[in-house]
Design a protein around this ligand. Structure first.
Ligand SMILES: [Zn+2]
Ligand SMILES: [Zn+2]
Length: 261
């Protein structure tokens, strides 16, 4: 019997037949095939590395040298999550890549974006500090329509890299709320209440949860997920997502929030 894991000719053959391409612009990649972007696209990703809120990760206008700033939103309405970190702003090559994954069902793109997420050094967030990886779930009807949960693909990569269990059965989306585009924070929070639930909370007692989403827009989805996870006994919930919108989604198409627009 052939031991495929030890056979080095297979990856070489795969590279020959399916050369690794940049998932944003299609340029041939010369380096590792799991990297999602060519160097040019990588350099165009806005990582929002200046000054940002140490909790929700929102870029801040006022410069901060110590990285300890907290935005007004997080001070006035302390979120149930401890951190949100992303690969960058939802625009340019990152947006292209996410669209390819989510809407054109390019699963290889999703795998490689997950690889990038799992290898990023996040500011004040180390995935190794968490006990379990939980993807933001889709409503069953949405899951049937799309055929896959994009957050689960990403979460799988992170769980594997850090050798953590992945739990995609406890947190459930039990109802679809109305569209959140252009609504204020209070209305969004009211709309999203009761759309997520934890099925077997006992499994999450005293765990630190790393919640995985694709695009962070208004934050109402991950706020609600974190709220129900903590209600079920999670001691900490931190969030990693592929990208965040520049603003909080007011007046623009909220593509990401809810992972399923
Ligand atoms: Zn490229
Ligand atoms: Zn904040």
């Amino acid at each position: 019997m052939i031991n495929f894991k030890k056979t080095s000719i297979l990856p070489a053959l795969a590279t020959l037949c399916f050369p690794p391409l940049c998932i944003a612009c299609g340029a041939l990649l010369e380096e590792e095939r799991e990297e999602p972007f060519c160097p040019a696209c990588l350099s165009r990703i806005n990582r929002a590395e200046g000054s940002f809120c140490s909790i929700c990760g929102k870029p801040l206008e006022a410069p901060s040298s110590d990285g300890g700033h907290v935005c007004g939103d997080c001070i006035i309405h302390p979120p149930p999550f401890s951190r949100v970190r992303t690969l960058g702003i939802y625009e340019g090559p990152l947006l292209e890549a996410i669209h390819s994954f989510k809407y054109r069902k390019n699963m290889a793109a999703g795998e490689r974006l997950g690889y990038m997420m799992a290898r990023r050094n996040y500011d004040l967030l180390n995935p190794a500090d968490y006990d379990v990886v939980v993807p933001v779930p889709l409503h069953p009807a949405k899951l049937r329509k799309r055929g896959f949960n994009q957050a689960l693909v990403l979460a799988g990569k992170i769980a594997r890299r850090f050798d953590r269990p992945i739990n995609f059965t406890s947190l459930k989306k039990i109802a679809e709320g109305p569209p959140q585009v252009g609504l204020g924070r209070k209305r969004r929070e009211r709309n999203i209440r009761g759309t997520f639930a934890v099925a077997d909370g006992g499994r999450l007692q005293k765990t630190r949860v790393l919640l995985v989403d694709d695009v962070y827009t208004t934050g109402s989805t991950v706020r609600e997920c974190a709220r129900v996870l903590k209600q079920s006994g999670a001691t900490d919930v931190a969030v990693v997502a592929l990208a965040r919108t520049r603003s909080d989604g007011h007046g623009r198409q909220a593509e990401g929030d809810g992972t399923d627009e």
